[in-house]
Structures are given as structure tokens and as C-alpha cells.
Design a protein around this ligand. Sequence first.
Ligand SMILES: [Fe+2]
Length: 179
Amino acid sequence: MAEIRIRNTNERLPGEEAVREFLNEQGVLYEHWDPEKLPANLRDKFTLSDQEKEQILEIFDPEIQSLAERNGYVQWDVVALSEATPNLNELLKKFEQVHVHTEDEVRAITAGNGIFTIKGKGEIGYFDVELSAGDVISVPVNTPHYFTLMENRRVVAVRLFIDSSGWVAHPYEDPEFQR
Ligand SMILES: [Fe+2]
């Protein structure tokens, strides 16, 4: 279940209903896949072979096809990050820059955790969406955001794309953003 923290006020939204309503108002797609569809050996594994990545895509194929039909995604893959990832700190430094894309950014977390920090509409300012296994989120097109890991520093996620050129990160300078 995703959790929301509004950064300006440090407020956390209470419960699933409030989270869904808030993300809906912000134009952020949010849904849930059943992470228990994964066999036990893949639920806690953060270094994956190509074959294991394929296996994850096969297991969630109905969910992927459903999203793809609704939103026009044509390609997908699996990414895994953990302490075993070479240059993890440098990668995270790069990820943690506020940026925008010319298509939405979809991530389905299948193991571990992650945080999307997203610029909200109007007075809301930036908010954090803390994700755990099963959470599926899509940051809307041209919406300033960045992604990082939580304290456990590990995640496996399915990424879906409309066009491989659409997910290039364009830096977004924002005096309003405070780390
Ligand atoms: Fe992004």
C-alpha cells in the first residue's frame, strides 16, 4: 500500500481511501498488483538473471497487457537495484534530480520499495509517494518528479513505455523544490 507524505507540512495521509483520492486528484495513476503471484524465491531477490526478469514479465503479463491497452504502452522491462548494483550511489545521485518526461513514467514495484517525489498541483507543493511491492504508479507527463530508494535500498520494478524516446529525463530547475 502506497503512503503519501506532503513535504511542506510533513503530513501523512491516513489510509488507502485518502491515498487513492489524493493521487486521483493529482492525476497520478495508482493501482495494485498481487505481489504474491511471484514464486517465493523471487519475492526477495534483487539480483536477477535475464531469465528471472522474463519470468516476472510472464507472471504479470495480464496486468501489463491491461495497462498497455488502456494507456498505449508498447514495451516493458524489469529493473532491479540493490547494494549489489555497481555504482548504486552515483546512480541514485543522478535519479535524485528533479526532471520531467514527454510521456508518463510507469513503475510497478514487484519487490522492495521506492519513493517518487512529485510536484503537486497548486498549493500542495512536492509530495512523496512511498511504494511497496504491488504498488503501481504513473507520474503524469511533464510533471516534475524524481525517484529514489528507501532505507533498505532495494527494489524490483516493471517499467512500461510508449516510445523509447519519451522517457528521456529533462532537468527541471525549480526554486520551489527543497531537498
Ligand atoms: Fe523520471
